[in-house]
Design a protein around this ligand. Structure first.
Ligand code: SF4
Length: 248
């Protein structure tokens, strides 16, 4: 049985253990990325479902391949998607980025969203959701956490996978009609603001390296002592080796 059953304590202990396993550079403080709000939304489209290292590479490739954001806007999904490889689902990400640029351009004839951030956190988040084809809940939470100085925990598929396996969120939560915003609210209550960016970084790397899709690498995991799924995986007997065919 896992020793820690309190979800808040479990997440605090998980961040501490993952920090030791995956020593990462400190996440950029509020506004230190040098990206504008629009660029942070585009970066979030690269970052969702992957890690900061992979997203940095893809975002840099995007900046290098096109003269400016307008050139990205008028490019085709395959053209932009090709640049975003090897990120998973590059076409979906490209579609989202182009849709965002198109929506912002049609509204403003520019790519400046600077005035949006002056409205206060809630109003800014509501305004960003207005660009619904290019912005999802993850992107809004990413911008709140990284640019606006608010408390938010962007949840993508890999992070939710780890949280489910740890028993922090229920499988049904993700399928509820109000998900993912409701699930994010639950997780944000469990993680203090001072640790939200570090949690985001560490859980993404953990999901890529150990708590992978399919069969997780529980024997190597620093969270296995308190993870219900880890206990199940480790309790399973290894498969019996198949008998060798008898020589004729
Ligand atoms: S013990 Fe296994 S299932 Fe649990 S967090 Fe670690 S890798 Fe994932």
């Amino acid at each position: 049985m896992p020793a820690i059953t309190n979800k808040q304590q479990l997440l605090t202990a998980s961040v501490d253990r993952l920090r030791k396993r995956f020593p990462l550079p400190a996440p950029a403080a509020d506004g230190e990325s040098g990206r504008t709000v629009l660029e942070e939304l585009i970066y979030a489209a690269c970052r969702e479902g992957t890690t900061t290292a992979d997203a940095d590479r893809a975002y840099a490739a995007l900046r290098a391949a096109f003269v400016d954001w307008n050139e990205v806007r008028v490019s085709t999904v395959p053209e932009v998607g090709e640049v975003l490889r090897p990120l998973p689902q590059p076409g979906g990400r490209a579609k989202r980025i182009i849709a965002l640029l198109q929506a912002v351009f049609e509204e403003r004839y520019s790519f400046d969203l600077g005035d949006v951030v002056k409205k206060g956190l809630k109003d800014t988040a509501r305004k960003l959701r207005f660009y619904k084809d290019g912005v999802d809940d993850y992107a809004v939470a990413w911008v709140v956490q990284r640019t606006l100085g608010g408390h938010a925990v962007p949840l993508d598929g890999p992070t939710v996978r780890v949280l489910r396996r740890l028993g922090v969120v229920e499988a049904a939560d993700a399928d509820a009609p109000e998900a993912p915003e409701a699930m994010r609210g639950t997780v944000e209550h469990l993680i203090p603001k001072a640790k939200d960016a570090e949690f985001t970084e560490l859980f993404s790397v953990h999901a890529k390296e150990l708590c992978v899709d399919g069969v997780p690498h529980c024997p190597l995991c620093p969270l296995k002592a308190d993870c219900p799924t880890g206990h199940e995986v480790l309790a399973k007997k290894p498969a019996e080796p198949k008998p060798k065919p008898k020589p004729r």
